[in-house]
Design a protein around this ligand. Structure first.
Ligand SMILES: [Zn+2]
Length: 323
């Protein structure tokens, strides 16, 4: 089954083994958050601190090249032909890595994986919502004034309950004017209003998660009509308690209502998942047959922030696989 992945955070995709290797390089003790090759956390607070501590070992551009290479190679092993990852210049800056160094290191990692496996990859640079609108504009300015062919999208992560979403409109306008694709996290920890406001004010074509739109039938109708694509991450939602179990998760209802859904891994090793497992989850818990799974891959390629030539080539590969 050919797959595509368009919602995956680069540090969140770091395998514990790689993190431990870098922890040794920098003489950092992470034995309290990594045990038997797995991340240890028990609730949202300990998840965040585990995530931050694991991310803190990426301190040099070479660490990001290696991480990005590892992430895209694994995706390719799982059958992914196209992947997008989220990066955060705010986080890299905290580690003393400049924006251009970050972008070039990640592009080198994607290219190394592409040469070995044929996978195509792009970078979506994200602002952090809880750092506020001014910081978000700063990130958008940084992206636009340092264009790089691997950076094709602008997004927003962080706490979707922080600040008013309309205040981020100018950051998204800067990115949009430069021709970048736009996505934002909404409808994960906050309800349908969060999704509606993001659609009203950010000009996004995709929503990160967006699953809680299911609580509002009128919003679901709008999402279908406007062709908005949801980057769903069911394994992540269950791991973080957005829903108590897969039976209560609305993925199937959204799909049946005609919403364009894609399947994604978010922060895979933190949630004991992978893109391969997300496709298995869709098959097992949401009754996606092979045609529906392939449709999700196709939707991701069609919604990808990628040049038309590459998109056409990827879609042809899918058509061939289908035939
Ligand atoms: Zn996410």
């Amino acid at each position: 089954m050919l797959k595509a992945e368009i919602h995956c955070h680069i540090e969140g995709a770091a395998q514990p083994r790689l993190v431990q290797r870098l922890a040794r390089k920098y003489a950092v003790d992470l034995n309290d958050i990594i045990r038997d090759g797995r991340y240890i956390w028990s609730d949202f607070t300990t998840f965040l601190s585990c995530y931050d501590r694991a991310s803190s070992v990426f301190r040099e551009p070479e660490d990001y090249r290696l991480l990005t290479y590892d992430v895209f190679s694994r995706m390719a092993d799982d059958g992914v032909i196209y992947g997008e990852v989220f990066s955060s210049p705010d986080h890299a800056a905290q580690m003393g890595i400049s924006y251009t160094d970050l972008v070039e290191a990640m592009a080198a990692g994607i290219e190394d994986a592409r040469q070995e496996t044929g996978i195509e990859g792009r970078n979506i640079v994200t602002c952090v919502r809880h750092l506020g609108p001014e910081a978000a504009e700063g990130v958008a300015d940084l992206v636009v004034s340092n264009p790089h062919p691997s950076v094709t999208g602008f997004g927003m992560g962080g706490d979707e309950r922080a600040f008013d979403v309309e205040d981020f409109g100018s950051a998204f306008a800067i990115a949009s004017d430069a021709g970048l694709g736009l996505t934002a996290h909404a409808g994960e920890f906050a309800g349908p209003d969060s999704v509606r406001n993001a659609l009203d004010h950010l000009g996004i074509s995709r929503v990160g998660h967006g699953v809680r739109a299911a609580e509002d039938p009128l919003l679901v109708e709008r999402i279908v009509e406007e062709g908005i694509v949801l980057e769903t991450c069911a394994g992540s939602n269950i791991a973080l308690g957005v829903y108590p179990d897969f039976a209560r998760h609305p993925l199937r209802n959204l799909y049946d209502a005609g919403v364009v859904v894609t399947l994604n891994s978010d922060d895979p090793p933190f949630f004991n998942t992978s893109i391969a497992r997300e496709y298995e989850i869709a098959a097992k818990h949401f009754a996606f047959d092979d045609a529906a799974l392939l449709q999700a891959t196709q939707a991701a390629v069609e919604a990808a922030f990628v040049d038309e030539k590459t998109r056409t080539r990827l879609l042809k590969r899918l058509e061939k696989a289908e035939g």
